[in-house]
Design a protein. Structure first.
Length: 134
């Protein structure tokens, strides 16, 4: 997958319509690098994807996770805030945000983010239960 992603990236360099393919290839490469436990290479590819598609939900969701694991809490906090604006339905981001705040000693903010996470989970459960019973 990694080799194919790099081939698509190279092939799309000369194509004006290649931005979407290039973005997808960077996402595939980033995910492959994550599986290979190469977070720096994964981050570079997610960032490249965002250059072509600034609202790419996959890149926006995964970059703060990589930052958190690298203990780059300030960067993770900023990226999580942006990801939540673009992808508010991704409830795991609230939990990540709580962990980031906790690591920074911001207990009040951590509790608020955790409360947001719990509320999102409750709302989803009610919504899913309603769908099942109909």
């Amino acid at each position: 997958a990694l080799q194919l992603a790099h081939e698509v990236i190279q092939a799309s360099e000369s194509s004006p319509a290649g931005d979407a393919a290039k973005t997808d290839a960077h996402i595939i490469a980033a995910e492959a690098y994550q599986m290979l436990d190469q977070p720096e290479n994964a981050a570079v590819n997610y960032e490249e994807a965002l250059k072509k598609d600034p609202n790419n939900k996959t890149a926006l969701t995964n970059l703060p996770i990589l930052d958190f694991k690298a203990k780059k809490f300030t960067t993770a906090e900023k990226r999580t805030e942006r990801a939540l604006k673009i992808n508010p339905e991704k409830i795991g981001l609230n939990l990540l945000q709580a962990e980031i705040f906790k690591e920074q000693g911001q207990t009040v903010k951590a509790k608020e983010a955790l409360s947001n996470f719990r509320e999102e989970v409750r709302e989803r459960m009610v919504s899913d239960t309603t769908k099942i019973s109909n």
